[in-house]
Design a protein around this ligand. Structure first.
Ligand code: ADP
Length: 691
């Protein structure tokens, strides 16, 4: 099959099944975006990888996918679907809205022993399960543990995992993982047992939870390795004797003297206040078939239950697997086991696929340009009442759904209610009364979801960009000729950056206005843009996906002692006053004011009430810290650059208003880069800004 066609199909598949929103994280291999599975309405995380950028690391992604297909556990992030094209791989994953455990730790400075125990039991549970399935994770760290909506941990990033052929007792040789968490035998290049190395990393992790910094840390890699191989670290005075003992048992340099995961399950420290061993067996066995989910899918797909079951049981990690697993997840959370009815008519113009393709066309969604499709979480636009059928024609991109001329098939257009009516079919064998009940159920569900969406709108702390303005901010021009695409110099002109048709690294990018056909009037475009406000908030970033070297060439970290000496945690509530006032911002950029959000652990509270002052303070300090930024309203997308024009760090700072207490807050979110370096940098920025 020609490359282009495969590529098109893959992207088409993604956009047919999912709405794709903003970037919520990025790692060494991937960019991760928030998405919504259209059929179930469930949020998902979409991990996007370019094969070209993966290069030699492509096998790691395959390893990760295979491992995740074989793992199903309450504390392991679930894989729902894999879409592979000739150039890209999309992994659709369980969405964990609580962010990384790392951010949680640093936001709280450190956790109490009680809270640490809750998390630690979950980590032990996940690891005991992973090991029981024959896998060693080999990259355990707080960045790879995400917090779900119920505040439970989910293990991610199995790219470095290993499943020795003869079982976990067999030795491994590859030295990998993050150096600060790597076991001594691993960094010494010795053969090692994967599960033993994981216990060491769990010890480092436990230390980080209880202390808020790493037991072994140094700017200089060789010094760091020496510290690790000696296994000497200081126990701060706040650690209980029980914690000191457990840490010591886990961070034993000799792996044979190290405690095992099995022993951790009923370790006195782990069972304190619980009086029960850690429950490690899965509550979600692989291959389990739930009859309610099958029934709903059968109804939706207009198939028999038998054939639906057979289809699901293929576990192809396609749309069928995703739909089944997401329905199951809904059921587990007490939500109705319901799917949205498949659109029957007018789907060319109104279906999510159509909208997705429009977005793709308007945004040049390709693997080269890092287009971010930012949408509101409002699910309304692809739902019955919002079908903007009558205006779609001019905007249909070429080739949609096999219509090479791009003309949407509107002759079938009927009133919206009919078009999306939940059309009963004989296969379903339901009475009219049952159909009415179906309809009522769905209406109820929709009302429920509308409420949820409304709440989401009010509480989008982790969402990158919020405002409705159609603005594209240019990235700074190249810093060195080495790689004009990847580098930039400090952006001093950001305040006068034009809003639209900005140049991104020399390439003229399209404004976020949906692409119009030749006959579209300006009014039409405006109207259309308003309707598709999901697509209106677009920024094109120029991150070149940096491949994080997972071997021992670790990112340089600052001395964790520095922070302690400075005293006070700038991530916590800040009481210091503002003594400087700089007026730098163009008023038009701020006309909507900062977002109002609830206090969250990734929001630093200030004692100030004037958001502009705070914003100006930060703006004045970023260039001093060699941080490039693009500004959008009160959100600053920040980056630091390493040698050869590579982005070493990407994060967001957003000035926002808190409701209770009514003060200015700064929401921060790391998107890329070493977590501890980020911690020190943001601390530095915030404390230097005299906030
Ligand atoms: P890589 O394999 O490239 O290292 P990761 O799998 O670690 O990428 O993902 C990068 C980041 O994206 C994570 O650190 C996290 O912040 C975010 N992320 C990954 N998966 C999810 C998810 N399921 N839900 C929410 N955020 C996620």
């Amino acid at each position: 099959m020609p490359v282009e066609r495969t590529e098109h199909r893959g992207a088409e598949e993604l956009h047919r099944d999912y709405q794709v929103y903003e970037t919520i994280g990025s790692g060494g291999f991937a960019k991760v975006k928030l998405g919504r599975h259209i059929l179930s309405g469930e949020k998902v995380a979409i991990k996007i990888m370019n094969k070209k950028d993966l290069g030699d690391d492509l096998p790691r992604v395959k390893v990760e996918i295979e491992a995740m297909k074989n793992l199903s556990h309450q504390h392991v992030c679930r894989l729902y679907q894999v879409i592979e094209t000739s150039t890209q791989i999309f992994m659709v994953l369980e969405y964990c809205p609580g962010g990384e455990l790392f951010d949680y730790i640093i936001a709280k400075d450190r956790l109490s022993e009680e809270e640490t125990r809750v998390f630690f039991r979950q980590i032990v549970s996940a690891m005991a399960y992973v090991h029981s399935q024959g896998y060693a994770h080999r990259d355990l760290k707080p960045e790879n543990l995400l917090i779900d909506e119920d505040h439970n941990l989910k293990l991610i990033d199995f790219g470095l995992c290993a499943k020795p052929k003869g079982g976990l007792g067999y030795e491994l040789m590859t030295c990998c993982g993050s150096p600060a968490y790597a076991a001594p035998e691993l960094i010494q290049g010795k053969a090692y047992i994967g599960s033993e190395a994981d216990v060491w990393s769990m010890g480092v992790l436990l230390f980080a939870l209880l202390c808020g910094y790493l037991p072994f840390d140094d700017d200089n890699c060789m010094v760091l390795y020496r510290k690790i191989t000696r296994g000497k670290y200081d126990n701060p005075q706040w650690l209980s004797p029980g914690s000191v003992l457990l840490l010591n048992q886990m961070m034993q340099v000799d792996p044979k003297r190290r405690i095992t995961v099995r022993q951790l399950l009923d370790h006195p420290w782990a069972i304190k206040d619980y009086n029960s061993p850690v429950e490690w067996r899965t509550r979600q066995p692989l291959g389990h078939i739930d009859e309610d989910c099958i029934t709903e899918m059968a109804v939706n797909m207009k198939r028999s239950r038998g054939s639906t079951t057979a289809l699901v049981k293929e576990w192809r990690y396609d749309q069928t697997t995703a739909t089944y697993l997401l329905l199951l997840s809904k059921k587990k959370r007490g939500k109705p086991v319901r799917l949205r009815p498949e659109p029957t008519v007018c789907e060319d113009s109104c279906s999510p696929l159509h909208q997705g393709l429009q977005a793709r066309e308007a945004l040049h969604f390709s693997e080269d340009e890092d287009a971010v499709i930012v949408g509101s979480l409002d699910f309304g636009s692809d739902y019955i009442d919002d079908c903007p059928c009558t205006q779609v024609k001019q905007y249909t991109p070429k080739g949609v759904r096999g219509q090479p001329d791009g003309a949407a098939n509107h002759k079938d257009a009927r009133p919206a209610e009919k078009r999306y009516a939940y059309s009963p079919t004989p296969e379903r064998g339901r009475t009219p009364a049952q159909h009415r009940q179906d309809r009522r159920n769905r209406d109820q569900e929709r009302a429920c979801e509308n409420k949820e969406n409304k709440e989401n709108k009010e509480n989008k702390e982790n969402i990158a960009v919020q405002e409705k303005d159609v603005e594209i901010f240019a990235l700074p021009p190249p810093r060195t000729p080495v790689s004009s695409k990847k580098s930039a110099r400090p952006n001093k002109n950001v305040l006068t950056t034009p809003n639209q048709n900005a140049h991104v690294n020399g390439t003229k990018t399209k404004a976020a206005t949906p692409k119009a056909g030749g006959s579209a009037s300006k009014e039409h475009i405006k109207k259309r843009a308003a309707e598709f406000k999901d697509l209106a908030d677009v920024e094109i970033l120029a991150f070149s996906p940096e491949r994080r070297s997972r071997s021992l060439d670790m990112a340089v970290t600052e001395d964790s002692g520095k922070k302690k000496k400075r005293g006070g945690n700038v991530f916590g509530s800040l009481e210091r006053g503002l003594d400087k006032m700089i007026t730098m911002l163009t008023p038009s950029k701020r006309r909507d004011g900062p977002r109002k959000i609830k206090a969250q652990y990734n929001v630093t509270l200030t004692s100030q009430t004037n958001p502009d002052q705070i914003l100006n303070q930060i703006l004045s300090i970023l260039p001093e810290k060699n941080v490039d930024f693009t500004q959008k309203g009160y959100t600053l997308k920040c980056r630091t650059w390493g040698d050869f024009g590579k982005v070493t760090m990407a994060f967001e700072l957003e000035v926002c208003m808190l409701q209770r207490p009514e003060v200015v807050g700064i929401r921060r979110q790391r998107l890329k880069g070493d977590a501890w370096v980020y911690k020190h940098l943001v601390e530095d920025i915030l404390s230097s800004s005299s906030i």
